[in-house]
Design a protein around this ligand. Structure first.
Ligand SMILES: NC(=O)c1ccc[n+]([C@@H]2O[C@H](COP(=O)([O-])OP(=O)(O)OC[C@H]3O[C@@H](n4cnc5c(N)ncnc54)[C@H](OP(=O)(O)O)[C@@H]3O)[C@@H](O)[C@H]2O)c1
Length: 315
């Protein structure tokens, strides 16, 4: 396929804001693009391409992946691999690409959790799928209560030493284990630079659990996943469950989450947002971005229009 993509020249001055990621040298866009859903092989490649081009043209330099994003697992990384070939190879140094390992990925005892065996194989697979020599950021995707923390963390240190990742991150680890990880990685000169957790107007656990405070005091950035609570914090469900919505697809967002109490709260927030001249999605993203520990929000977008509307939060 011919590379006919020419990014717009004003992509760094047309509205994006960048923030330093903790005490690291890295600047991240305030709005980053997550590829958990909407970038698998169930979606036409051209739609993924359109979203990624729009993102890059608007200063979104950070794409977030994991080994198992799809469907099927690995498909989102394959989509990125294809996009690198068709569009983005000349812009590799303008992109900050993350991936993760730790959730179930391939069959058998080595395709899941945090063993050295699993992490070492996973990063090689991810690089191969994406056609990259290195990722910018490699995360432990979740806490593994069975594997010694030192084993998982040392594998991560070694992944950096092997040149397969530039930086390390921690996703969804509990407080004390995170504190241990931060110390372990820093003592080996491969510091964690970021924590990925779910912080949004509905779910404030990282704040309640002390994670955001730990990030701030330890010099880590914080990036919020599902900042729109998978679409709940938009106008999507105010009048029922649309047929093309994530909730209707019955995957990760269950209808029983939409209780009458939550719906009433969403409607109240929607009205507040309208009075402020914003959409609910903009208000929800702004709420996360205004948190002093937060570096960036990781939005999911199924269409260019959704992504465009989410960028309205920066205004
Ligand atoms: N570390 C982890 O364990 C973890 C876990 C989850 C996610 N993540 C990361 O976080 C990223 C984002 O997660 P997420 O997809 O749940 O994020 P999200 O932004 O909270 O939800 C995205 C969904 O909300 C709807 N939406 C988005 N913008 C909209 C708008 N302007 N108006 C109406 N609806 C809108 C769309 O759903 P419809 O399909 O209904 O249109 C879209 O697919 C993931 O891609 C991944 O990178 C990480």
């Amino acid at each position: 396929m011919m590379n006919d993509y020419l990014p717009v020249p004003d992509r760094y001055t047309n509205g994006m804001v960048y923030a330093r990621c903790g005490h690291s040298g890295v600047m991240l866009p305030k709005v980053s693009l997550g590829m958990w859903q909407n970038f698998g092989h169930d979606v036409p490649f051209e739609r993924c391409r359109e979203i990624c081009r729009y993102a890059f043209d608007h200063g979104i330099t950070h794409f977030d992946l994991a080994n198992n994003y799809g469907p099927p697992p690995g498909a989102a990384e394959e989509t990125v691999g294809r996009l690198m070939r068709t569009d983005f190879a000349p812009y590799r140094d303008e992109l900050f690409i993350s991936t993760k390992a730790g959730y179930v990925m391939w069959p058998g005892p080595y395709g899941n959790w945090g063993s050295r065996k699993s992490l070492m194989a996973s990063i090689d697979q991810s690089l191969q799928r994406m056609g990259l020599n290195y990722v910018d950021l490699f995360y432990t995707h979740r806490y593994d209560p069975e594997t010694p923390l030192e084993e998982t963390l040392q594998a991560m240190v070694d992944i950096v030493r092997q040149g397969k990742a530039l930086y390390l991150g921690i996703s969804r680890w509990p407080l004390e284990a995170t504190r241990f990880a931060i110390r372990y990685l820093a003592e080996r000169d491969t510091p964690a630079i970021i924590y990925q957790g779910r912080l949004n107007m509905i779910d404030r656990a990282p704040e309640d659990d002390g994670i955001t405070a730990l990030c701030a005091e330890s010099g880590l950035g914080f990036i919020s996943f599902s900042p729109l609570a998978q679409g709940l914090l938009t106008d999507r469900y105010l009048q029922g469950i649309p047929a093309d919505s994530r909730m209707a697809r019955e995957g990760s967002l269950h209808a029983d989450m939409l209780t009458p109490e939550l719906l009433a709260q969403l409607r109240a927030w929607h009205e507040e947002a309208q009075a402020e001249g914003r959409t609910l999605a903009e208000k929800a993203l702004r709420w996360v971005l205004d948190h002093k520990a937060v570096t960036s929000v990781l939005v999911g977008a199924r269409t260019v229009e959704q992504l465009a509307r989410n960028l309205g939060a920066l205004r």
